[in-house]
Ligand binder design. Structure first.
Ligand code: MD6
Ligand code: FE
Length: 211
């Protein structure tokens, strides 16, 4: 009950139907060690896009499937193309968080089988896209932000629709499901934070059910 009056009490905001933000939901620091263990097995890399250039965001995966991009397109793969070995295991810390947050929006038994790890350096953003490589859009995408803040721009069902900006800060979790599941969204180039000059990047983890 001591938490009741704490300004740090986590909170939940429904931004639009199917788009729910959980502010300061986790202690970001608790995730960093686990991420570093994954990166030691499947390092971050700049994947080729179908447009023929290397993505500015560095990416890797953990879990039974990993999202991969190459000149031919996007797909979920059971193995890391760099090593030929399975992607690192999905840590229980990750699957528990994803399942708990999905349950908060009324989706019970969400069992993610893929976690895409994105790393952004200062000045790097991500273009507008939809996430539509998963088999069943009933399942949400649960997204965790760590480190530097980002502006997440969402424009509904149209790539060029009116943008709505959502600030994603360290420890925030965003869930996209239902009528928002295929909304177009992107990330504005990440800015340095003068209050945290030793912070040089942002991680985003997205928990998905690929198959
Ligand atoms: C990012 N996130 O936050 C990129 N996609 O760096 C996404 O592209 C995303 O946060 C689907 C659902 C939630 C997301
Ligand atoms: Fe996305």
């Amino acid at each position: 009950m001591a938490d009741l009056f704490s300004p740090l009490t986590p909170h939940k905001q429904e931004i639009a139907p199917g788009l729910t933000l959980f502010k300061a939901w986790v202690n970001g620091g608790e995730f960093i060690h686990t991420i570093e263990n994954i990166l030691n097995i499947s390092p971050l890399r700049h994947m080729m896009t179908p447009m023929g250039y290397a993505s500015k965001v560095a990416m890797t995966n953990c879990g039974p499937f990993g999202w991969a991009s190459n000149i031919q397109g996007y797909q979920y793969l059971p193995t890391d193309p760099l090593s030929g070995a399975p992607w690192p295991d999905l840590p229980e810390l990750f699957s528990k968080l994803a399942q708990q947050v999905a349950a908060e929006v009324g989706l019970d038994n969400f069992q993610p089988d893929a976690c895409l790890i994105n790393k952004y350096e200062i000045g790097v953003g991500m273009g507008k896209h939809q996430d539509r490589d998963e088999l069943n859009f009933h399942w949400p995408i649960v997204s965790l932000s760590l480190g530097l803040s980002a502006v997440f721009q969402v424009s509904g069902n149209q790539r060029n629709g009116k943008n709505f900006n959502i600030l994603l800060e360290d420890g925030d979790v965003l869930v996209i499901h239902g009528p928002a599941r295929q909304f177009f969204h992107g990330i504005r180039p990440i800015k340095a934070d003068p209050m945290q000059p030793n912070l040089h990047h942002r991680y985003n983890l997205t928990f998905r059910k690929a198959h």
